[in-house]
Design a protein around this ligand. Structure first.
Ligand SMILES: [Zn+2]
Length: 286
């Protein structure tokens, strides 16, 4: 695969990779609906107007980003170019991560440059791997994750209500007199997963593959209250579609095939082997 230089991808769209699968909860899930949820509890789960719960793509994207930001602190990955400036990584609390890339530029940083045009090119090419994949204040990311719709046959329409006590974040101890209840989606409920990544280079593609493998192994938790054991999940039934946009004909073929049957005919034969190959390309055994 010929790689588009990382910072030129917006100028040259060469391919699109789509990974789909089924994300099954192995523990209950709480993705807060925030203000406006029609819940009798203090904290409802996010739902469509007709009541069906879903997982916002942004919620899973955030979980993947922080997971990969941590993995990019592993020396072998950083040496392979999978570095991270830790733009959205945990701050003062928790382990003190060491960024493996210099701080990526932010809009304020650009404004302070005298020659804005020259600064731009330099800034884009200096972005770390997690910023080019997931986005930064100066550039949209290459990854998109659609909202994950519930798989009807795995969901009976019920939510469970849990009692919680207020926990002091610093001490980790219960706070007297602070009680609340919240909704969770039952364990066993599954959601349809779709991730698109546009024109990744070998490093970015490898990182996506690592994220998929971690999801398959159940090592990434999603939603809220993960420290209370919620949000464990496993990705299965993956399919990988690798579409070539390097010519007008190939692009036309892509859009035409999607119009016919809603899917491209470029699904790879063995998606798990493809994921393996992408990881090996990122981390070749010497
Ligand atoms: Zn960065």
């Amino acid at each position: 695969m010929s790689d588009t230089p990382r910072h030129e991808w917006t100028l040259q769209m060469s391919r699109r990779i789509r990974i789909t699968g089924r994300l099954r909860m192995t523990s209950a899930l709480h993705v807060g609906g925030g203000v406006g949820t029609t819940s009798i509890t203090d904290a409802g789960v996010v739902r469509h107007a007709d009541g069906r719960p879903y997982i916002p793509g942004s919620s899973l994207k955030g979980a993947l980003r922080s997971h990969l930001e941590r993995l990019c602190q592993v020396e072998a990955l950083a040496k392979a170019g999978a570095n991270s400036c830790l733009l959205y990584a945990p701050g003062k609390k928790g382990p003190s991560w060491t960024p493996t890339a210099p701080a990526c530029p932010t809009p304020g940083w650009i404004e302070n440059k005298k020659d804005a045009t020259a600064a731009k090119e330099e800034d884009f090419s200096s972005l770390c791997a997690t910023c080019t994949l997931f986005g930064s204040p100066i550039l949209a990311g290459k990854i998109r994750i659609g909202d994950l719709e519930v798989v009807e046959e795995t969901y009976n329409g019920d939510v469970e209500i849990r009692d919680g006590v207020g926990i002091n974040r610093d001490t980790g101890r219960a706070v007297d007199g602070v009680k609340f209840d919240y909704e969770v989606i039952p364990s066993g409920t599954a959601f349809a997963f779709t991730l698109d990544v546009d024109s990744p280079d070998a490093v970015e593609r490898g990182l996506v593959a690592v994220a998929i493998r971690e999801l398959q192994e159940g090592r990434i938790s999603i939603g809220g209250k993960t420290t209370r054991g919620l949000g464990h999940c496993e990705l299965s039934n993956i399919a990988v579609q690798d579409d070539d946009f390097s010519s007008i004909e190939k692009m036309a073929n892509y859009f035409n095939s999607r119009a016919d049957n809603g899917t491209s005919d470029r699904k790879v034969d063995d998606p798990n082997d493809t994921i393996n190959q992408w990881i090996v390309a990122l981390l070749p055994s010497s």
